[in-house]
Each structure stands twice: as C-alpha cells, then as structure tokens.
Design a protein around this ligand. Structure first.
Ligand SMILES: C[S@@+](CC[C@H](N)C(=O)[O-])C[C@H]1O[C@@H](n2cnc3c(N)ncnc32)[C@H](O)[C@@H]1O
Length: 158
C-alpha cells in the first residue's frame, strides 16, 4: 500500500511484526525514488514511539483480524491518537459462498484462526470500531469479495 501511495505522500512509515515482511519491503525500497519510505520491525501494540509522530493518515491492511480483540482495540485507539484519518482494509462478510470458503480455508492454515473467528463472530471491523470509540465515515468496496476498506474517525471529533 505504501509503495502504491509513495508519489502522493511526503513520508511513509511501514510497521510489521514479521522481520521477513520488513526485509521484503526494504529490498523493494532500494529500487524506488524518491526515498520517502521507511520500514521498521515492531509490534504495533508496544510501539510507544508512535505517539511522537504527527501523522496525516494511518492505515492497516489485513492485520487487525490477526490480533486478539483487546490488541485490535488498543491498536485502533492508538491510531486515533496520532491521526484524524484512519483507513482499515480487512475482511468483511463475503457475499459469495466461494469467497467465504476461500477466506475460511486461508485463515485455517494461517496460524491465527482463533483470532480470525473471534473477529468474524463479533461482527468484523464495525464491531472493533465501535469498541474503540470510532465511527465509520466511509466504506469502500475492493475487487475482493470479503474485503472492504473502512475510513474511521473519532466519535466526538469536532
Ligand atoms: C496478511 S499480512 C498483511 C501484510 C501487509 N499489510 C500487506 O498488506 O501486504 C498481516 C500482517 O500483519 C502483521 N501483524 C500482525 N500482528 C501485528 C502486530 N501486533 N504488530 C505489527 N504487525 C502485525 C503480520 O506480521 C503480517 O505481516
């Protein structure tokens, strides 16, 4: 997502728990210009340094459904503290049977099926948003059945 957005942003910071994802991004980053992207390996839930940033837009792609509910809520609350626009791309209720089966099988072998089931049963991203004091200001379709992009903002934003 950051690579796609690189020409429209001044600076982009990518965070992932998995060092392999960061290695992949850093490798790809070597070939781009201007050098306005940075990638760091960190658990978003323990990333206290996040509060030092003033960020226009924060986003998360297919990450929250991997977390325990409490961690996903904490993450959303942290994002809301540092930015007024939050974009979350994650699983939604699939329309077709095949999308449902594909997502379910993919998640079964993912290593975080328990978290995914909790995410699905509780009501996907809208439930997490409501528990985090955030409202959904926009919902965008994607080309993938069973995946939406939600824009969130704090419930009591002026
Ligand atoms: C399905 S992948 C998506 C990766 C990337 N956002 C993308 O769209 O290509 C989900 C990613 O979330 C990361 N993740 C899960 N929990 C995390 C956490 N607590 N802090 C940071 N990253 C986390 C995983 O390491 C994994 O790489």
């Amino acid at each position: 997502m950051l690579f796609k957005a690189k020409d429209k942003i001044r600076l982009g910071l990518g965070i992932d728990l998995d060092p392999k994802m960061i290695d992949f991004a850093n490798e790809k980053n070597k070939t781009i210009y201007p050098k306005n992207l940075e990638f760091i390996q960190e658990d978003i839930n323990s990333f206290q340094k996040l509060s030092k940033y003033e960020i226009d837009i924060t986003s998360s792609t297919l990450c929250l459904h991997e977390m325990k509910e409490i961690d996903a809520i904490n993450t959303l609350e942290s994002l809301a503290k540092i930015s007024s626009r939050i974009l979350i791309a994650d699983y939604s209720k699939p329309k077709s049977f095949w999308a449902k089966v594909t997502i379910e099988l993919d998640e079964m072998i993912s290593g975080h099926y328990g978290q995914f089931k909790e995410y699905r049963r509780s009501g996907y991203l809208p439930y997490l948003a409501s528990k985090s004091g955030l409202v959904i200001s926009e919902v965008n379709e994607t080309k993938i059945d069973g995946m939406l992009i939600w824009e969130l903002r704090p419930e009591f934003q002026a």
